[in-house]
Each structure stands twice: as C-alpha cells, then as structure tokens.
Design a protein around this ligand. Structure first.
Ligand SMILES: Cc1cc2nc3c(=O)[nH]c(=O)nc-3n(C[C@H](O)[C@H](O)[C@H](O)COP(=O)(O)O)c2cc1C
Ligand code: SF4
Length: 459
C-alpha cells in the first residue's frame, strides 16, 4: 500500500511519485510553434510536482490517422529530435514523460471531418476489417463517410514497424517511456475488439490472435527502442450499446484477460479503461457541454467540421443523449482496475473521474478506508491501482499537482475545480486549443493562484 508521494518503478524507470497527467489532446500539431506549445502545455504539470506526464496521442505516420485536428505526428526524425527541448524541460523538474503512440484507423478525421475529407479526397481510412454493419448504416444515412482500406497481412506488419520506429525516435529525443493509445477507439482497440476485428489471418479469429498486433508492436519497439518502459491502455467495451445493436464486444473479463496476456508478452504497465466501441462520451463522462454548443462564434467552424448546420445539430443531439447515458461517476474505472491488479504484478494505472486527494489515497490503498462498492466480483479491499491520473482537470488547473501533493502535510482534502462539464472538448473539432472554457472555473483558478495554492514549498 503506497502513498501518493512514494516513487514507483515502471520497467526500469523510477517515477518520483504516483500522480500522473493522463494523455490529453494538446493541439500542438507539427508547425514551427509545436514544441513551444507542448512545453507551455506540459511543463506546468511537471513544475507542480506531477511524477509522470503522458503526452496526448501522437500519430506514427505522416498521412491520415488523426482522430482530431492538431494532433502531433512523430514520423519525421528531424521534428522528433526537436522534442528533446520538451523532455529536457520536464526532466529539469524531476518528472518523467511518456509519449503516447496512436493511429486512428476507422476513427480518423478522414471518416468524420467534412472539411478535412474534402481537402484530402484520396485519403482512405486504414481498417482492420470491413466496417461492421452499424457503421456502414451510419455511412448510408450520411452521418459518417467510410472509404476503408482493409490492411493486408503485410501492411499490418508495416504498421507495427511504424510504431517501433516512432518509439525509437522518441527514446532518442529523451522520452522515458512509450504509452500506446489502446482504449480510445483507435486502431489498437480495433484490433483487440471483436466488433471491428473479423480477420482470418494471424491477427484475427480468436482473442489470442486479436492480441497479436500488440505482440508484434511490442517486439518492434523492443527491437528498435530497447528496454524502454512500455505500457498501454486496455479496453473493456462495457458501456457500448447493448445487444442486439452491438453483440460482439469486450467484456470486463475479456479486458482482464487482455491485461494478463500483455504482462506475459512483456508490457511494463497497463491502464484499464471502460470504453464503448464507437466514439462517444464513455471515456469522458460528464455533462452535456451546452456552453460549447451554444457559442455562436464557433458555429461556422463546427459546420465546416460536421458538414453543415443540420449535421451539427444532429451531433449536438447525440451528445445530449450520451451525456444522460454517461453521467459523471467518481473513479469510474476503479472496479476494472482492481480486478486487473488482482491478477497482475506489473503496475496498474487508474484514470477516469478521479477528482480528490482522499479518493486518490483510497484508490492507492493508503487511506485505510476501502470502498465497499464493487459491481462485478472484485474483492473490495486492497489498492485498486499503483498510480492515479487525471486528464480534464489539467486543462482547468495546469499546476494542479502542487495542490494535491502538498496536502499530505496539511491534512487537507483538496479537490479539483474541473466540473467535468466538457465545454473544453467540442471546440477542439475546429482545431481550437485544449483549454478550460468555463468562466466560473477559470475564476476559481485565478482565486487559487492569488492565494498561492499552486506555489510549491518543496522543490
Ligand atoms: C480533450 C481530450 C483529449 C483526450 N485525448 C486522449 C488521448 O490522446 N489519448 C488517450 O489515451 N486518452 C485521451 N483522452 C482520455 C483521457 O486520457 C482520460 O482517460 C479521460 O479524459 C478521463 O479522465 P478525466 O475524467 O480525468 O478527464 C482525452 C480526453 C479528453 C477530454
Ligand atoms: S471546460 Fe473546464 S471545467 Fe469543463 S471539463 Fe473542461 S477543464 Fe473541466
């Protein structure tokens, strides 16, 4: 049972404490200001004492594969070498930084972003298999546009090699570890999920075969980047639409089994995440972002992204329905994490709706007050995880670490000021920066700043 302030080994790297910044879109892109933007976004968390910074997903190829505008690509060796300025700045504060590698596959902008599609008419979506009927139906009624290219067996190996090459470049630029975007509906999840993966080669046909892509990516990374710490998000598709709409999906037990096999393959840590099979609010549970949708100054850009005002209204309506389905729930992955941790000996990282210091202590098992609410058979005592992370609260308070880590000595129970209202998420479809956009929350942040709440007494 560890405290938040205790170090943790991930692979052969020591992380100075158990608080991490979960991967979160920085919208830095690859332009001349990209490295500076990343430093501005990520250094405050390190400065505030956060032990591990997980950079938002970066794309392993130069074309396609971005889930949202402004994602950074890591295919170009010269660009990645310049990221050493970022890793140096994080290391100056004693923190560690992992890069997250990703390819969106069927979830890429070439599926849903109307303006991007018209600017890149020849771009096909990389697909693990032909899209399932539910997605083809959305294509037929004009909600999404699919023009998929199903990867041949040789192309799957080439894609895995691109993950390995990107990891090697990142390690060369000073990153301390590699994180795979395995549970945000991108191509890794598409390989793992029976909803997407209907292949009949070595990458499909059974749960073991659906894991083969992650096994090959592991080997590519080890061959090209050495014994760098390697972790991935692990999905359980429990919040996906119910049968008969979605019959084939990953259960909680499937997720536990995937994590177990990943440990055997040689992964150094896992992040269990309950997620849907489609791109919805299951991984960002919270409120309907009315402030973001009502912002008329952005309507023109929303229309360009979604393909007109009618589609914009339909997406907003879908968002409203989802917010009822995926209402905020504190620490919503706790049960899944605990079940995984019971079966594994590598570190388990927990994120999703974690909002306060006492809650963190309880998840780490250091508060002595185990939660008695499990819904799926995990024992209800003992730690649920080895590290605790948050994402949206870092938009609201970039130097949040100071308030949480300093509280051990003061005995306070600081809670984040982020309201999980999701007003920060929708504007990002236009390429707008990832920042908190809720005036009351920003006012609270200014008050805390004036009160010195983000000043660290310990270096
Ligand atoms: C705007 C935004 C961007 C995100 N980008 C990523 C990402 O690049 N990779 C990833 O694995 N998860 C991503 N996530 C999911 C977060 O890492 C996290 O799991 C989720 O927001 C729940 O944590 P929270 O309740 O503390 O925000 C993103 C979430 C948000 C809100
Ligand atoms: S807009 Fe601000 S308060 Fe709302 S979810 Fe985003 S960071 Fe949190």
């Amino acid at each position: 049972m560890a405290t938040l302030e205790e170090p943790l080994e991930i692979g052969d790297v020591t992380v100075p404490n158990r608080l991490y910044r979960a991967p979160l879109l920085e919208c830095a892109g690859n332009g001349p200001d990209a490295v500076e933007t990343l430093i501005e976004d990520l250094e405050p968390a390190a400065e505030s004492g956060v032990g591990l910074i997980c950079q938002g997903a970066t794309i392993v190829r130069g074309d396609g594969g971005c889930a949202a505008p402004g994602m950074t690509r890591v295919h170009d060796p010269e660009f990645v070498a310049r990221l050493s300025r970022l890793t140096d700045r994080i290391h100056d504060h004693g923190s560690r930084i992992f890069i997250q590698l990703e390819h969106g596959g069927l979830r890429s902008m070439e599926t849903w972003h109307a303006e991007y599609r018209s600017e890149h008419p020849d771009l096909e979506q990389l697909a693990v298999s032909d899209p399932p009927w539910q997605l083809r139906l959305l294509d037929r009624i004009g909600f999404l546009e699919y023009d998929p290219h199903v990867l041949t067996t040789a192309e799957v190996y080439e894609l895995a090699t691109d993950f390995g090459r990107a990891a090697a470049r990142a390690v060369g630029a000073g990153y301390d570890g590699v994180h795979l975007a395995g549970a945000n509906m991108g191509i890794v999840q598409q390989f793992l999920s029976p909803f997407y993966n209907r292949r009949d080669d070595e990458f499909g046909g059974s749960p073991e075969a659906r894991l083969e892509f992650l096994a090959v990516v592991h080997d590519e990374i080890r061959d090209r980047a050495g014994e760098v710490p390697l972790m991935t998000k692990v999905p359980a598709e429990t919040p996906a639409p119910p049968a008969p709409v979605v019959r084939r999906k990953l259960s909680l037990e499937d997720g536990v089994e995937i994590a177990r096999r990943l440990e055997r393959i040689g992964y150094d840590a896992v992040v269990p995440v309950q997620t849907s099979v489609v791109w919805d609010m299951s991984i960002v549970r919270g409120e309907y972002p009315d402030h973001a949708w009502d912002n008329e100054a952005l309507h023109e850009e929303y229309d360009a992204a979604f393909g007109g005002s009618t589609r914009r209204r339909l997406v907003a309506l879908a968002n409203r329905v989802q917010s009822l389905q995926y209402d905020f729930e504190p620490a919503w992955n706790e049960d899944f994490c605990r079940r995984v941790r019971e079966r594994l000996s590598i570190p388990v990282l927990a994120e999703g709706g974690i909002r306060g210091r006492e809650e963190m202590d309880r998840l780490l098992g250091s508060s002595g007050e185990p939660e008695a609410s499990t819904v799926s058979g995990a024992t209800d005592d003992g730690p649920a995880c080895d590290m605790v992370g948050m994402a949206r609260p870092f938009y609201a308070e970039p130097r949040l670490g100071a308030r949480l880590l300093e509280s051990e000595s003061t005995g306070d129970d600081p809670r984040v000021i982020c309201e999980s209202c999701n007003n920060c998420t929708v504007p990002q479809v236009t390429g707008a920066p990832g920042i908190c956009r809720t005036p009351d929350v920003l006012r609270k942040r200014r008050e805390l700043e004036h009160a010195g709440a983000y000043d660290r007494t310990e270096p």
